[in-house]
Design a binder for this molecule. Structure first.
Ligand code: ASP
Length: 287
């Protein structure tokens, strides 16, 4: 695997972000980016960087993941998260968990185990058996004033050339209990493979899953640059009338961002470059 510079991008959701929440969400993304960046600067792994960044975003009540998760139709929180190690193609994911502060930690622990996805009580039992902190009374639903999708995600490349991706969400507000979107499904909400790149999405989960959006972006990354690969989300989304946003890295760590939602909260940094944290607006895509 080619060595080189580290690179990292995080997102805090593709959605309409009310004006009052734009600065705090940008700051939340910047803080998560900084935590991941410090790991990569010290020579740590892409996998550790994405897990750490996602944990921070799950702990921030302003994002719809972990402590900031929204309520489903039954008034309860059900969270999904997935993580992938591009070096080994190991995947870990949980869905419909209610009693974990950091669903991504349970997903991360699964990377060393045969299952790729556990749901509900089984996922929670798996996590507590591995010492992952549980929230005994269940995560209480957050009220986000406006703004709908705001899943969190992170992609990173370390100096060894390994890539990783992770996504975590409280799902869609008011959705049916038991509903699972794209976030814990590899090839839909996330994917990572050394030598190709890493991708994480946010948006209309059913549309992202029906169009295998992460898989399409990975296929584009085999032949296209980061910006062009990010733009491949537009046609499938338009076909279904859906909204989403994507962050990605190519094999060398070049960053791509695209979205067709009104806003997308994102932050990114590369070795040798000043970090950027921004709320990007519709029709903007960066490289
Ligand atoms: N993709 C997430 C889901 O469908 C929602 C989001 O991105 O906010 O569960």
């Amino acid at each position: 695997m080619a060595e080189g510079r580290w690179s990292i991008a995080v997102h805090g959701g593709a959605c309409r972000i009310p004006a009052a929440l734009q600065a705090p969400r940008r700051e939340g993304c910047a803080a998560a980016l900084q935590a991941g960046k410090m790991i990569l600067e010290r020579g740590g792994s892409a996998l550790e960087a994405v897990k750490t960044a996602i944990c921070l975003l799950e702990d921030d009540p302003l994002f719809n993941a972990g402590r900031g998760s929204v309520a489903n139709a039954d008034g309860e929180v059900e969270m999904d998260a997935g993580i992938m190690d591009g070096a080994t193609l190991a995947v870990g994911a949980v869905a419909c968990v209610r009693f974990l502060y950091n669903p991504v930690e349970a997903a991360h622990a699964m990377l060393r185990e045969p299952p790729i996805l556990l749901v509900g009580a089984g996922a929670e039992a798996f996590a507590t058996a591995r010492g992952i902190a549980e929230c005994k009374e269940g995560i209480r639903p957050a009220t986000h004033d406006g703004g709908d999708h705001d899943t969190v995600g992170c992609v990173a490349r370390d100096r060894e050339g390994h890539v990783a991706a992770a996504t975590s969400t409280g799902g869609l507000a008011g959705t049916l209990a038991g509903r699972v979107g794209d976030a814990p499904l590899p090839g839909c909400g996330f994917y990572a493979e050394d030598g190709i790149g890493a991708v994480s999405l946010s948006g209309d989960g059913e549309a992202i899953a029906r169009t295998l959006l992460a898989a399409r972006v990975m296929r584009a990354l085999e032949t296209k640059g980061a910006g062009a690969a990010a733009a491949t989300i537009f046609d499938p989304l338009a076909r279904l009338g859906a909204e989403a946003g994507v962050i990605l890295l190519d094999r060398d760590g070049a960053i791509g961002i695209a979205h067709n939602s009104p806003h997308f909260a994102a932050a990114y940094a590369r070795e040798g470059m000043d970090p950027v944290s921004a709320i990007v607006w519709k029709d903007h895509h960066a490289q």
